[in-house]
Design a protein around this ligand. Structure first.
Ligand SMILES: *[C@@H]1O[C@H](CO)[C@@H](O)[C@H](O)[C@H]1NC(C)=O
Ligand SMILES: *[C@@H]1O[C@H](CO)[C@@H](O)[C@H](O)[C@H]1NC(C)=O
Ligand SMILES: *[C@@H]1O[C@H](CO)[C@@H](O)[C@H](O)[C@H]1NC(C)=O
Ligand SMILES: *[C@@H]1O[C@H](CO)[C@@H](O)[C@H](O)[C@H]1NC(C)=O
Ligand SMILES: *[C@@H]1O[C@H](CO)[C@@H](O)[C@H](O)[C@H]1NC(C)=O
Ligand SMILES: *[C@@H]1O[C@H](CO)[C@@H](O)[C@H](O)[C@H]1NC(C)=O
Length: 338
């Protein structure tokens, strides 16, 4: 070891460390990290005045003010806080009778984790996203670890990649043929940990995103026809092995009653349908939703955002004058071209 310690590389490292972290700063940094005490709200919390036994009388301050009188300093200098609420958080410091700072500690209060409510979304056969919500607000930072396993014990546990900030995780390529999976998430904070489980059937949760790019066109010469086109959800594979089924509904704008059509996916890039009985001279509203065409227990997607279109209006003889209108428009627009 002496040979190693005196090697130029090692000495350089030691020199660099001592230069970059002056001892006093390093000391403060480690104190700040270690001297955070976590306590449970509505409980009694005891704060010690340093780690060693203190015999002298001590004075405690909270956020640099004297502590409220209903708290109690014990014979050994510890401070007991009774039935703490949020306002008891902060910086506690204890001093000896000459006013010398002996110790300080940051108190943070909250609750241990409770059970989580879990929900999972399956927008296609290769993707599961589970999210969770607190049933108890803990007020404390938490970490999460998860597991995703099939019914068979031998089946290896799938990793669910956790996004702690958004409280969700993603499993890619789940073993879809296993009908029942168990998703577990453990929340851990400074006061404890709690695991919540949810049993899920992927084929029942399978619910595509809504179809995209729903466009309606009028049909030239026909005042009661509309031509509707749309695209598969972008999260659905463009693959004949995963056919979709579509549900189209339409009504004159303002009506309560929908007309509906179910259609299987055509094996073309664009899906389309002709509506033969749209309401003439009226804005018609159209929406489309999608479902996996193979598993009958899967779910319909949400409806696409409503699209509107009035069918071809044609010319009403005697009402509008085809030959006059263009002349009028040209006349009005004339000055703008100069
Ligand atoms: C807090 O301390 C008081 C006084 O010692 C005691 O009566 C009470 O039961 C304690 N409460 C809890 C939640 O421990
Ligand atoms: C001081 O006394 C309290 C009880 O009065 C005890 O809980 C605590 O552990 C003691 N602290 C030290 C540093 O001995
Ligand atoms: C003390 O400071 C903490 C953190 O800034 C704050 O949450 C708490 O309400 C303060 N309490 C009092 C009594 O000043
Ligand atoms: C807490 O208060 C003490 C005494 O005033 C001070 O030395 C210490 O730096 C404070 N800690 C923090 C994290 O503000
Ligand atoms: C999270 O990790 C802990 C400790 O390793 C373990 O006991 C717990 O079962 C894990 N949680 C899940 C849901 O797998
Ligand atoms: C399945 O859905 C996820 C999330 O929307 C997406 O990232 C992924 O590309 C989709 N997979 C396929 C095969 O389309």
């Amino acid at each position: 070891m002496p040979g190693l310690l005196s090697s130029p590389v090692c000495l350089t490292v030691i020199w660099f460390l001592s230069w970059s972290l002056p001892p006093s700063r390093a000391q403060i940094w480690s104190d700040e990290v270690s001297d955070v005490q976590f306590g449970r709200l509505e409980s009694n919390v005891t704060l010690a005045c340093g780690k060693s036994q203190i015999s002298v009388p001590v004075v405690w301050r909270h956020n640099h003010s004297s502590v409220s009188s209903w708290h109690q300093v014990t014979f050994n200098g510890s401070l007991v806080l009774f039935l703490v609420d949020q306002s008891a958080q902060g910086n506690y410091s204890c001093y000896d009778d000459s006013g010398l700072l002996l110790h300080s500690v940051i108190l943070r209060l909250g609750y241990p984790p409770g059970l989580l409510s879990i929900s999972c979304r399956v927008p296609n056969h290769t993707f599961v996203r589970c999210t969770w919500k607190d049933s108890v607000k803990t007020f404390l930072p938490a970490k999460y670890n998860t597991s995703f396993r099939g019914k068979e014990e031998k089946e290896p546990t799938k990793v669910c990649i956790v996004d702690s900030t958004n409280r969700r995780c993603v499993v890619e390529d789940p073993a879809f043929w296993q009908t029942i999976h168990t998703f577990g998430v453990t929340e851990t904070n400074a006061l404890g940990s709690q695991t919540s489980y949810r049993r899920i059937r992927l084929n029942e949760l399978l619910k595509p995103d809504p179809p995209r790019s729903v466009f309606i066109e009028e049909v030239e010469g026909n005042p009661s026809k509309l031509w509707v086109t749309w695209k598969n959800p972008s999260s659905w594979p463009e693959d004949p092995l995963f056919p979709l089924r579509f549900h189209i509904r339409y009504r004159p704008q303002g009506s309560m009653h929908w007309s509906e059509v179910i259609q299987k996916q055509m094996m073309t890039e664009e899906n389309s349908i002709e509506i033969p009985d749209a309401t003439p001279h009226h804005s018609n509203q159209v929406q489309v939703r999608a479902r996996d065409d193979v598993s009958p227990e899967s779910q319909w997607s949400e409806w696409s955002a409503p699209s509107f279109r009035t069918p071809w209006r044609g010319n009403k003889p005697g009402v509008c004058c085809m030959n006059v209108m263009p002349v009028v428009i040209t006349f009005i627009q004339f000055p703008h071209y100069h």
